[in-house]
Design a protein. Structure first.
Length: 236
């Protein structure tokens, strides 16, 4: 037996609302009630009108209590339809402090359409400007921004940090070795053996002068080398 039984007049009125009601919520409610009266499950009706099962259950309770009056959104003749009362504003802020899934919305994050739908269903309030919804996010201390592109090939941050520490250690070693070379040069000048020791140093150290070549966000296909005089980037 269907959870909802409609008279012929109720069915006709709901069909009229489904086709030409002035507000989207009225059309969706009418659609759902008709489907449920024909034996559709609450889950199917929820998926069809793109609402949560909890929302459908609430519509059913309202229908059983108020009948056709539950379909009306409250916009007609309501001069304050675009405004929230102080209590409604606090309730909205409280709702935004938790994931939308806790409000019966099948999503992990809030966005403007979800907030608009939630406010419409709970308070019969609909803003004309998206900036009004942005303000609600701001009042709830939520940041609102468009998602940015993320390189899916980028290594995990922990791996990047470890590599940076390794590079810092390599640079420190090169710098320390260069400093040691300068000190040895001074000692060689004092002993008059500079030329002979320089040749030995060249063989052991790869050159007395060291240039560190690096770049930020190096392009794929290029590797950067630590080398002596004349160092440059080289392809892989």
């Amino acid at each position: 037996m269907s959870a909802i039984q409609l008279t012929d007049d109720e069915l006709r009125i709901l069909q009229d609302h489904r086709k030409g009601a002035p507000h989207k919520l009225m059309r969706l409610k009418s659609e759902a009630i008709i489907m449920l009266s024909m034996g559709a499950s609450k889950k199917f009706a929820a998926e069809f009108v793109e609402r949560s099962i909890e929302t459908i259950k609430r519509w059913v309770r309202q229908w059983k209590e108020f009948g056709l009056a539950s379909i009306r959104t409250g916009h007609a003749g309501n001069d304050n339809a675009s405004k929230l009362t102080r209590e409604q504003a606090e309730e909205t802020k409280e709702a935004l402090s938790r994931p939308p899934s806790e409000q019966g919305i099948p999503a992990d994050f809030w966005n403007v359409p979800r907030l608009a739908g939630w406010m419409h269903e709970h308070f019969n309030v609909e803003y004309k400007s998206r900036s009004s919804y942005h303000r609600r996010f701001h009042m709830a201390e939520l940041s609102f921004h468009k998602p940015v592109g993320v390189d899916r090939h980028r290594a995990p941050e922990a791996e990047i940090e470890a590599r940076m520490e390794q590079i810092d250690a390599e640079i420190a070693e090169i710098t320390e070795r260069k400093q040691d070379g300068r000190e040895e040069d001074e000692a060689h000048r004092e002993t008059g053996k500079k030329e002979e020791n320089e040749k030995e140093d060249d063989g052991n150290k790869g050159g007395g002068n060291v240039i560190v070549v690096s770049a930020d966000e190096a392009a794929p296909g290029t590797r950067l080398l630590f080398a002596g005089p004349g160092a440059r980037s080289a392809p892989k």
